[in-house]
Design a protein around this ligand. Structure first.
Ligand code: ARG
Length: 460
């Protein structure tokens, strides 16, 4: 029998029942629903809206439901419309009339808006924790690879020499911003919709400050219509999750390339790679490919939320029940991706020699050769041109800038002398790039220190 049976002459068609029901996905918010109901009941009693004894019975009953759900003694009823109805029905079955008083001065509209905010508040914390683990791992690996020279690329063409530490710290900085994006969104989300009622508040003398405080919110939502109507917090979080996935996906794309025989910069641990069912030689980077693939799925969740909301008049519309599957899928996917990516990174082997060999090819030190002349007074554009002709000469002769005889240098410009070879030495090229944020070990050490400060502050 439905709660609204009084108004209806017929039972709902079973197809409508199933179509309407959200318990199969909103049951995961049961703890938030219980906490919200307890705070609401206490507030009702404190303001003389229900008897003190009823509030006690309600809280005891809800505690009992909590314990039984946790232990598995009580199972979610798949026929219930949603988690809110299920808990209220179960409570009333257990404690009778007092249970029927719980929903005074409340609607499922403010209830669901509350539960979802509280649920996402917790999930956001765990995503941030996983991001911090990854950042810690990146800083640790960077420490080990301050002198591991590798090519830096633009257009996937070897461009200038950097180190693996420098490359890893680029990602560490991106993930630090992701953590901040999450905490900014969480702070905006942290306003309590409870007490908004269905949309227009209530005539009961409720105390919204009391429930907001008890449930850990900054303050009550300032407008009851807004409190039940918007899902911008889901959209903002999903956008932050999409950005995390985008960062992970770029990194994954590089790892996939680095594992290939063409690069061979790294080797994944056997425990984090997979084989082929037919080709015995294969060791595939499936984890990173899945992360790249799942990124599209999280973007899809964001599109679902944006599109679902764009045509809805205020206040609640049932369309909004669709918010949960999208945002839950996004949360689950980000958590799964991060918790697999970090140990994969931790256990991979870096093939330093191959990185260095790749950096030694491809005239990656040509800018440094031009800078050599510039530092001797040649205008940069002229130095650039001279170096271009030297590169062409090397290609013609099958040489590199390191192996090109001094006579050839001097024929191009009399300012070249023996010290050109030191100037274009790979490690010297990296060591010289001491500008703030650059790849010189000294500069990267500072970057690591800054990120560690961020980690220490986040741990507080
Ligand atoms: N299960 C519903 C949801 O997730 C709860 C709110 C129902 N409110 C309503 N007016 N039908 O959106």
């Amino acid at each position: 029998m439905k709660m609204w049976a009084g108004r209806f002459a017929k039972e709902a068609d079973s197809r409508v029942n199933d179509f309407n029901s959200s318990i199969r996905f909103d049951s995961r918010m049961y703890e938030q629903d219980l906490m919200g109901s307890m705070a609401h009941a206490r507030m009702l009693a404190a303001n003389g809206i229900i008897p003190e004894g009823d509030a006690e019975a309600i809280c005891d009953g809800l505690e009992g439901i909590h314990a039984d759900l946790k232990s598995g003694k009580l199972l979610f009823d798949p026929d219930a419309e949603d988690i809110h109805m299920f808990i209220e029905q179960e409570l009333t079955a257990r404690i009778g009339d007092a249970g029927k008083r719980l929903h005074t001065a409340r609607s499922r509209n403010d209830q669901v808006a509350l539960d979802l905010r509280m649920y996402l508040r917790e999930e956001t914390k765990s995503v941030s924790g996983l991001l911090l683990d990854l950042i810690r791992e990146l800083a640790g690996k960077a420490d080990e690879h301050l002198e591991t020279v590798m090519p830096g690329y633009t257009h996937l063409q070897r461009a200038q020499p950097i180190t693996l530490a420098h490359h890893l710290m680029a990602y560490a900085n991106m993930f630090c911003r992701d953590v901040k994006r999450l905490s900014d969104a969480a702070a905006r989300m942290n306003f309590c919709p409870l007490g908004s009622g269905a949309l227009a508040g209530t005539t009961y003398p409720i105390d919204r400050q009391m429930t907001a405080k008890a449930l850990g919110f900054t303050a009550p939502a300032a407008n009851s219509l807004d409190g039940v109507s918007d899902r911008d917090f889901c959209i903002e979080l999903c956008s932050a999750f999409s950005t995390i996935m985008m960062h992970l996906s770029r990194f994954s794309e590089e790892i996939i390339a680095w594992c290939s025989w063409e690069f061979k910069f790294i080797e994944l641990d056997d425990a984090f790679a997979t084989g082929s069912s037919i080709m015995p030689q294969k060791k595939n980077p499936d984890v990173t490919e899945l992360i790249r693939g799942k990124t599209g799925r999280v973007y899809g969740d964001l599109m679902t939320l944006l599109t679902m909301m764009k045509g809805l008049p205020l206040a609640y519309n049932k369309d909004m029940q669709e918010d949960k599957e999208a945002i839950f899928d996004a949360v689950d996917t980000v958590k799964l991706s991060l918790s697999t990516f970090t140990p994969m990174l931790r256990t991979m082997t870096v093939l330093k020699e191959n990185m260095r060999a790749a950096a030694a090819k491809g005239f990656i030190n040509a800018t440094d050769c031009a800078d050599y002349l510039t530092k001797k007074g040649v205008p940069f554009r002229d130095a650039y041109k001279t170096t271009g002709t030297l590169v062409a000469l090397c290609i013609e002769k099958g040489l590199t800038l390191e192996t090109l005889p001094l006579a050839d240098y001097q024929a191009a410009n009399g300012l070249f002398s023996e010290d050109i070879y030191e100037a274009i030495d790979l490690m010297a090229c990296v060591n010289g790039r001491t500008s703030e944020g650059g790849p010189a070990p000294r500069a990267v050490r500072k970057q690591i220190a800054l990120v560690r400060e961020f980690l220490a502050a986040a741990a507080k």
